[in-house]
Design a protein around this ligand. Structure first.
Ligand SMILES: Cc1cc2nc3c(=O)[nH]c(=O)nc-3n(C[C@H](O)[C@H](O)[C@H](O)COP(=O)(O)OP(=O)(O)OC[C@H]3O[C@@H](n4cnc5c(N)ncnc54)[C@H](O)[C@@H]3O)c2cc1C
Length: 502
């Protein structure tokens, strides 16, 4: 039997945060040695303005309270902001931005602070605008399944709200107890169900955002069909807080399936993983809602760091697949047929399946709690890439060969249905030169295999320097022109995505 599941929630996050502060990272400005932009420094008149607007309780300036806004989830980056603002309305955000723009003060928008590329915390002393109090659900239309909310609503809370109405959010990620819908839209988050429901570009029907100069852009459509000119919402989706602050979002939500099965399969090699994946897709078709791959290194890590017992163990590869549907016997019949076929074809060595809600959660928790273990590592390098499936696992083998005994472990796992691979490299100690060498190697290999160096996490601060290596010159210029037009002073999330020469 599995130990009790610990899902991510605010209480656990807080406990982990406390632990993490004990060995917090160096300041980003020292570790990365980049120059501060030519922005103003905060002075008393600025604080006076913010205090008048928000009141004392929505202005954080106490050093110990500031820490959790300055350090990211995996303790990889650390800013030194001296003020966090907690607006509740679009109007307040508009006033803050208009003021900051006029005063040439840089800002960093922060949602749930679960981003893993250093986009959500300041690099220097940028003012943090936390969206955590923009947490109102505005409307839900039970005919169309369209939900409109403020951007600071926690994804899990939205899903709980929808569950009562037999609907669900169209995305699911391990951080759902903490991340916010605005953060999800700003990062174009992927997650486990992208395979079935698509990404945020497909699910966001409309949004409201505030530009750098405080102007409010209302693209908050709740229509599924509306071909009237340029769809500006797409500019904000995935722009990681560099083009505006998203304040409201409307998304389409699918109906909640009644029945769920989750299976964990053990396999011999990657070739069999790929063959099984193809079979799974064709056999389960419309009821397949997620498929994840994990290698033996992942499972060893989870067992070791998270103290997890596995229902099946000691296989080189694992596939975790989920079906969701409205007819229990139909779904189970399909699954049984699939299992017969994969065993008979010698593709799968062993497997277990669960349909009881508690067991389903237990199996999912093997995948979901990986981040707890990663957080405990002294030095770790993380990559989130996507690759054509024929090359998918070769890169892990390449990295192992490249690093030899310079690292403790290299393992891979990810949303195989989207070609998305997460690579974890555990080191003895944090070593700047080794980090740079590995980064260049991963970039070179990923491009050689015609993949992307950021599948779903974005570029943030840590991957922004990739941009001129991966985009065609004219594409990059167009991106820079758009940024320049929407945020001429570059006050929105500087040093992220597009790095300006300051
Ligand atoms: C355990 C764990 C599992 C994860 N799993 C996945 C996964 O499966 N798939 C995936 O895609 N990601 C995953 N992530 C990464 C992360 O959860 C997502 O990127 C998420 O969408 C970030 O949301 P957030 O509210 O925490 O945003 P933050 O981390 O606070 O911010 C992320 C970026 O968005 C910007 N931003 C935030 N809110 C706004 C806003 N309202 N307006 C403008 N800009 C804004 C920030 O400036 C920053 O650049 C995972 C992270 C963890 C820790």
């Amino acid at each position: 039997m599995f130990p009790k599941i610990v899902r991510l929630n605010c209480f656990n996050d807080f406990k982990m945060l406390k632990r993490s502060l004990r060995n917090r990272p160096d300041f980003t400005k020292n570790r990365y040695k980049i120059p501060r932009g030519n922005y103003n420094y905060l002075h008393d008149d600025h604080i006076k303005y913010f205090r008048n607007l928000l009141g004392d309780e929505r202005l954080i300036m106490d050093l110990s309270d500031l820490e959790r806004y300055n350090v990211d989830w995996y303790k990889q980056v650390r800013g030194c902001s001296t003020v966090v603002l907690k607006p509740k309305t679009t109007d307040e955000i508009s006033k803050i931005l208009s003021f900051c723009n006029k005063e040439n003060l840089a800002i960093c928008t922060q949602g749930g602070n679960t981003g893993v590329v250093g986009g959500c915390v300041p690099v220097f002393d940028e003012i943090v605008i936390s969206t955590e109090l923009l947490n109102e659900i505005i409307s839900f239309d039970e005919n169309s399944g369209i939900l409109t909310s403020q951007s600071g609503c926690i994804l899990q809370n939205l899903d709980n709200f929808l569950a009562e109405k037999n609907f669900m959010v169209p995305l699911d990620l391990g951080a759902k107890g903490t991340c916010q819908i605005g953060g999800n839209v700003s990062t174009n988050a992927g997650g486990m169900r992208l395979l079935r429901y698509g990404n945020m570009h497909g699910n966001v029907l409309g949004l409201e955002a505030v530009l750098a100069n405080g102007e409010i852009i209302d693209c908050l459509s709740t229509l599924k069909k509306d071909n009237t000119g340029y769809h500006l919402k797409h500019l904000f989706i995935g722009s990681e807080g560099t083009l505006g602050v998203i304040t409201k979002v409307s998304i389409q939500c699918p109906t909640r399936p009644k029945f769920r099965n989750v299976a964990l399969l053990g396999l011999q090699n990657y070739d069999k993983v790929l063959k099984t994946y193809r079979l799974v897709k064709h056999s389960l078709a419309e009821i397949l809602s997620a498929i994840e791959v994990m290698d033996a290194g992942f499972m060893e890590f989870v067992k070791d760091k998270n103290n997890k017992k596995l229902p099946i163990d000691d296989y080189p590869f694992y596939l975790m697949l989920e079906t969701t549907g409205s007819n229990e016997s139909h779904d189970q019949e399909k699954l049984n047929k699939l299992f017969e076929e994969v065993i008979q074809k010698g593709l799968v060595l062993n497997g277990t399946v669960a349909s009881d809600a508690k067991k389903v959660e237990e199996i999912w928790s093997i995948r979901d709690t990986i981040s707890d273990g990663i957080k405990e590592c002294k030095a770790v390098l993380l990559y989130d890439i996507s690759l054509p499936l024929v090359h998918y696992y070769r890169i892990i083998e390449d990295i192992r060969e490249y690093l030899g005994n310079k690292c403790l472990t290299v393992f891979g796992y990810g949303h195989i249905g989207d070609g998305n691979l997460h690579i974890t490299i555990q080191l003895d100690n944090y070593d700047n030169q080794l980090k740079e060498d590995v980064e260049n190697y991963v970039l070179e290999r990923t491009l050689a295999y015609e993949g992307s160096v950021s599948a779903e996490h974005g570029l943030g601060f840590m991957k922004a320097h990739y941009l001129d290596k991966i985009k065609a010159k004219n594409t990059l210029n167009l991106m820079k022109n758009i940024k320049e037009m929407m945020d001429p002073k570059g006050i929105l999330n500087p040093y992220k995505v597009i790095q300006k020469q300051h």
